[in-house]
Design a protein around this ligand. Structure first.
Ligand code: HAM
Length: 403
């Protein structure tokens, strides 16, 4: 039998209910914060991700579903959503309008990772991107919005924050970090050794314990921020504190994508294993320009829907709509017409097989219908229909006309 690919799951039954509940809840919150829906293609030119997520990142270096299409174009399935939204923002000339633009999206992302609990090759993100606002208050609004989404979903979480500096302070910090790492090279793992040349900042979140020990004495970006980045980071922390938002500054939080500057954050949750990051994001003020658009400050985030599905409990839904059944098959046509009319206003299930009244009632309860409506020869003759309200436990025979 043909099976789905490793790390790629079907969504059905309870998981698809949870999936739509999460998307619906997050979309509603994003709309309240002024975001509007954007849909971008799943397949993009590989160059887009190389230039944004970064050639030295694991995502681009090891995890892309990349191939040459029939027109000899080098393309790949999107590993994340930000790059496509930025491309669309520039392609549609929104960078030239100089207005603030805010988008939300949700959809499939593909990363050829080693599958494990919470780590899939096909997963879904819900994300938001805000363009044209450089104020740190926009970073704060985004963090408050994510918290709002998780609170609405009843998900307990912790917030980790860092600042990655800007064009002015990051290069100087990078030099001092490289110097420190060179001195420790022999004590670091192979990956970290390689990263000294390709992406030294990424060594800071190496998962190897001995590396973490060695790196604890390395210079930290937050101790080396320029005046403006430092002031923004202080304000960010202060406003969050004033809003009663608990957070932890994680000086080793660097994110796995290269486009960030200044604010970087992650939301983590307990009880879902080692892949506990449920959302991540930050500021990326240089990316629009880097992808040939006009200089535009931007900040955004994405949350991992599958990881959140493990934390969401669905409330039992209230009985809703009508279950329709016949006692004799020859009355099915008449029942079908009656039931079809109800479809305009409520949920309707029609049973095509004739059954006993008892069996229809049992079925209606199983379908979580509020009403069970049954047509027998007697009702057809009288132009009526038998109905039972399964919640109020009340039954009646009403005329088909008033029904
Ligand atoms: P990211 O941290 O790579 O950021 O992914 C965001 C979220 O997607 C993660 O926190 C996690 O919940 C989920 N996720 C990532 N990889 C997997 C996987 N293999 N399986 C299941 N879930 C996963 C981004 O993608 C950025 N584009 C976020 C952003 C938007 N930054 C600015 N704007």
């Amino acid at each position: 039998m043909v099976q789905s690919l490793r790390g790629m799951n079907d969504l059905l039954g309870e998981s698809s209910d949870k999936f739509s509940y999460i998307v619906k809840t997050a979309s509603k919150v994003a709309e309240r914060y002024g975001y509007s829906y954007i849909e971008t293609p799943l397949l993009e030119e590989t160059a887009l991700f190389k230039r944004s997520v970064g050639e030295s990142s694991d995502i681009v270096g090891k995890e892309m579903y990349q191939f040459i299409d029939k027109g000899q174009n080098d393309v790949c399935l999107r590993p994340e959503g930000t790059a496509g939204v930025v491309r669309s923002f520039i392609q549609n000339k929104l960078d030239r309008k100089g207005e603030k633009q805010k988008f939300f999206y949700h959809g499939a992302m593909f990363r050829y990772e080693r599958p494990q609990k919470g780590r899939l090759r096909l997963f879904h993100q819900f994300g938001c991107e805000s363009f044209g606002e450089s104020s740190v208050f926009e970073d704060i609004s985004i963090i408050l919005m994510i918290k709002d989404i998780f609170d609405n979903l009843g998900i307990k979480h912790k917030i980790k924050l860092n600042s990655l500096g800007c064009n002015e302070c990051m290069p100087k910090y990078r030099e001092s970090l490289i110097e420190d790492l060179e001195n420790k090279r022999d004590e670091l793992c192979e990956d970290c050794g390689r990263r000294i040349a390709t992406n030294p900042i990424r060594t800071l979140d190496c998962k190897v314990e001995s590396c973490q020990d060695k790196l604890s004495s390395s210079p930290k970006i937050t101790d080396n921020l320029c005046e403006s980045c430092d002031a923004d980071f202080e304000q960010l922390k202060s406003i969050l504190t004033q809003n009663d938002i608990k957070f932890e500054v994680d000086k080793h939080l660097v994110r796995g994508l290269d486009y960030y500057s200044k604010t970087a954050f992650e939301f983590v949750a307990d009880g879902i294993g080692s892949q506990n990051a449920i959302a991540g994001g930050g500021r990326y003020d240089r990316l629009v320009e880097f992808l040939d658009g006009r200089e535009t400050p931007a900040v955004g985030f994405a949350l991992g829907i599958e990881r959140i599905m493990d934390l969401v409990t669905l409330e039992e839904s209230e009985p809703e709509g009508y279950y329709f059944g016949v006692l004799d098959e020859e009355n099915l046509g008449e029942l079908f017409n009656l039931a079809s009319r109800k479809r305009g206003s409520t949920k309707v299930h029609i049973e095509y097989k004739k059954r006993s009244l008892k069996s229809h009632l049992k079925n209606a309860l199983k379908m979580n219908s509020r009403y069970c409506a049954v047509l027998g020869s007697e009702e057809v003759k009288n132009g009526t229909i038998w109905i039972k309200d399964l919640q109020a436990k009340f039954e009646d025979v009403v005329s088909q006309e008033s029904f």
